[in-house]
Design a binder for this molecule. Sequence first.
Ligand code: ZN
Ligand code: ZN
Length: 409
Amino acid sequence: MIRVNGIEYRRPERPVVVVCIDGSDPAYHERGLADGILPNMARFAETGFAALADGVVPSFTNPNNLSIVTGAPPVVHGIAGNFFLDPETGAEVMMNDPAFLRAESLLAAFSRAGAKVVVITAKDKLRRLLGHGIEGGICFSSEMAGGCTIDEHGIEDVLDLVGAPEPDVYSAELSLFVMEAGIRILERDRPAIIYLSLTDYIQHKYAPGSPESNAFYTALDDAAGRLAKMGAVVGLTADHGMNDKSAADGSPNVIYLQSVLDEAIGVGSARVILPITDPYVVHHGALGGFARVHCTGAEPEAIMEIVRKLPGIEAVHDRAGAAETFSLPPDIEGDVVAISDAATVIGTSEERHDLAALAGHRLRSHGGIAERRVPFVLSAPLNETYAARAASGGLRNYDIFDFAINGTV
Ligand code: ZN
Ligand code: ZN
């Protein structure tokens, strides 16, 4: 038995492969199943297990990926956004450094116990967080697959192994390369645990049922089918969903919260931090459904009063309320948290968001409560204990490793 963050894991008898399909709103799966383009996922639902689960809010990539590999909410692992305001320095900091981690991942724990562990991410920014503490395993990104070394990544010649060139960071291939690499490594090494974390480039750009998203999901389904066929227990979930955030005329529904607050209470009284902000903003203009407000003059209650009245806002919390409601670490939480509804995103001020990059596409994004629902699929059936747990409700995306390792027959 291996105990990590309060959960006991048995040693898997066959390889366990968990795929985090970034931004995979349940709508893609429902539509794909209805259209008959996901034969393997349809089979998993029939002979394995399929349900919906809740992810972490803020429904962003880093907090959810870290929850999946630790089996715990952000209050335990410490990663509450892609980006945060460091309370010590007042600087906006990317949360991609393992120094911010407050808990060990189950991947690291398994590797220390001698299990072979493999992590492949689409974007390199997640690699160091997800790979932290893994001993003797493999951990690399498809974004930088060409530069892998045994020393740093535990593998080399990845492009030869996969038989494909290094994919573009803004492409469907970035995710599909992760799947193909996972298949080749499963075949070659038969590791105990593989975690494959994709990117939501397609979901930001293309709605369910579009030719582009259909092509992507068809390829994904095929890869998942091949993993299962090779004898792995395959778990599929997502970090968050995705919603259309544009009006009928195609213009995005944005609350420019910094501008609203500057006007209402004066410049310098509050600072809005968007935890979605990261260096890869082309497809969402750094607009998401969750904002943190740090008070630099105004009282939190006064800000909450203003935010509550804004059309498109679904929820407003103070620091303690947000930490309690969403199991977030209170010490790095905003004084006020603003969450927009399914059709709306929050920005800072108009001039700080480059919407030209959307290039005619409708804005699709995530971050709020409206994007926390995700698919939860296993290729193998649940044992009695876990079937009962699933039936009692409250399933989380970060239960996926527990279910895949301990809960399948
Ligand atoms: Zn994501
Ligand atoms: Zn995204």
